[in-house]
Design a protein around this ligand. Structure first.
Ligand SMILES: Cc1cc2nc3c(=O)[nH]c(=O)nc-3n(C[C@H](O)[C@H](O)[C@H](O)COP(=O)(O)OP(=O)(O)OC[C@H]3O[C@@H](n4cnc5c(N)ncnc54)[C@H](O)[C@@H]3O)c2cc1C
Length: 447
């Protein structure tokens, strides 16, 4: 169940932390968000370090489908309704800047970067799609209506945004990591506020502890693991997504004119299928849902693949999950009120390629503060999703099953298809033997 990106790439290796240290900026987490922050800090000549508990880019980043786009299903209509034009414009401007930054960087990086149109298709929401196009035009973006979609699910129509891109995420990550100050197998634990900056306790794989002092700390651990501040456990949940890599017979290339995402879970598209190509493979995504719930998953996706692409055979299958926020915007900025210099980049809602780039540009001062203010985590939390998250947590806290999650003690569910114990509250996952796979839990299940 490994992603296709793990083939044909050699990731650089880094040593573990072996001494106490003082840096200007400590980045915790070596996924796309952490590595990009490091890359820009390096360019600025800052004294920084990245600590990664396993290997770099081995988290969600190695399981992405790597579409780089500033457009998402129904996003701008929702943003205008919930926050107003200024926030929607800020999202468009920052994410468009992120797409362009990838393009600039990819000129010097061998990562199969290909400019592609991004199609967002619908089976039955034409009026909503037209509204989205009109909102995009009003805030200065560019998307066009088309009925020539070019995928075999026969959608009614689509919105086409040109000038977006796709790439090979691990090749990109490997190249930007090369030459950076990174410590792998270095697990960051407690973060203490000091008079000047923060002190982070970091353990190597043998459990030896070291202290790293930093003026600033960027938490780029996917789900922020520190519960003392910020209450991210109330403000986020996780959704799993499933991907199949299908290879065309006789070396043909998949006949896709771009990258494709569905409008959402529609009756005629219950798996909300996504499509992109990579060499002679077609990456088919879908079948996801909240972690810890019964999702359609691989079985349903494979059945769809057999109908839609009978001449293709499966060469890889993988699944991963991403953090979903309460209101559709990521959390980028100060970790919690009063925690000056403790920063966070999370909540990318399955759009963390542009999200990670936006976060890295924002946190290293490359974007206008007035625009990135909109992503600050200390915005109102009184959203419908907060109550859904609270309800899920309450139910799972009182459910009398064992084992229980090492994060906040919620009951875990056995995920038969993936053979894991999953937490429906916050999305932590464990192997059958109890080793932690996905946070926010940081510790293994007790034997
Ligand atoms: C199936 C799927 C498809 C997707 N497709 C797309 C797409 O097409 N386009 C798009 O824009 N986005 C997509 N996304 C979303 C995107 O891949 C993610 O948002 C992004 O990779 C997240 O990057 P990250 O750096 O935040 O997290 P990660 O890559 O998970 O990195 C976090 C790192 O922190 C480390 N860490 C955790 N805790 C600690 C600790 N205590 N100490 C030290 N290190 C720690 C982890 O080991 C990990 O390496 C997709 C997501 C999924 C699941």
């Amino acid at each position: 169940m490994e992603s296709i990106w793990k083939r044909n790439v050699t990731m650089p290796e880094f040593p573990a932390v072996k001494r106490d240290m003082k840096v200007d900026v400590l980045i915790i987490g070596g996924g796309m968000a952490g590595l990009l922050c490091g890359c820009f800090l390096k360019e600025k000549g800052a004294k920084y370090a990245i600590v990664e508990k396993n290997r770099i880019a081995g988290g969600v980043t190695e399981n992405t489908t790597a579409k780089i786009t500033a457009y998402q299903p129904g996003l701008y209509t929702r943003l205008v309704k919930d926050f107003g034009m200024e926030t929607a414009k800020a999202y468009l401007l920052t994410n468009t800047a992120a797409v362009c930054r990838y393009g600039d960087m990819a000129q010097n990086i061998d990562c199969d970067f290909q400019e592609r149109a991004h199609y967002i298709y619908t089976m039955c929401h034409k009026a909503d799609l037209l509204e989205e196009i009109s909102v995009i035009e009003k805030i200065g973006g560019r998307a066009e209506y088309t009925e020539h979609v070019g995928i075999p699910t026969a959608p009614e129509c689509a919105m086409k945004a040109s000038g977006q891109a796709q790439f090979y995420p691990l090749r990109f990550a490997a190249e930007i990591a090369d030459g950076q100050t990174v410590y792998e197998n270095s697990f960051a634990g407690d973060i203490r506020k000091e008079r000047y900056g923060y002190q982070v306790s970091v353990k190597d794989s043998e459990g030896k502890a070291f202290r790293i002092n930093a003026d600033k700390v960027i938490v780029a651990t996917h789900f922020p693991y520190l519960d003392r501040w910020g209450m991210y456990f109330l403000r986020m949940y996780q959704e799993r997504s499933y991907v199949l890599a299908l290879e065309a017979e006789q070396g043909q290339t998949p006949p896709l004119g771009g990258m494709y995402n569905g409008w959402g879970y529609e009756e005629d598209n219950p798996l909300n299928l996504s499509f992109r190509s990579w060499e002679n493979c077609l990456l088919l995504g879908g079948g996801g849902g909240r972690t810890g719930k019964k999702n359609p998953s691989f079985d349903a996706l494979r059945k769809q693949a057999a109908v839609l692409f009978p001449d293709y055979h499966e060469v890889a299958a993988w699944a991963a999950q991403d953090c979903m926020t309460l209101d559709g915007l990521p959390y980028i900025g100060e970790y919690a009120r009063g925690r000056d210099g403790l920063l966070v980049a999370t909540g990318f809602r399955k759009w963390g390629m542009t999200g990670a780039m936006t976060a890295a540009m924002a946190l290293t001062g490359e974007l206008d503060k007035e625009l990135t203010e909109k992503f600050k985590p200390q915005r109102t939390i009184f959203r419908k999703q907060l109550f859904i998250n609270g309800f899920e947590s309450a139910i799972n806290m009182i459910r009398p099953t064992a084992p229980r999650c090492t994060h906040l003690g919620c009951a875990l569910r056995w995920n038969r298809e993936e053979k894991t114990w999953d937490c429906g509250c916050h999305g932590s996952r464990f192997t059958k033997d109890g080793s932690v796979i996905d946070g926010p839990a940081q510790n293994n299940l007790k034997a």
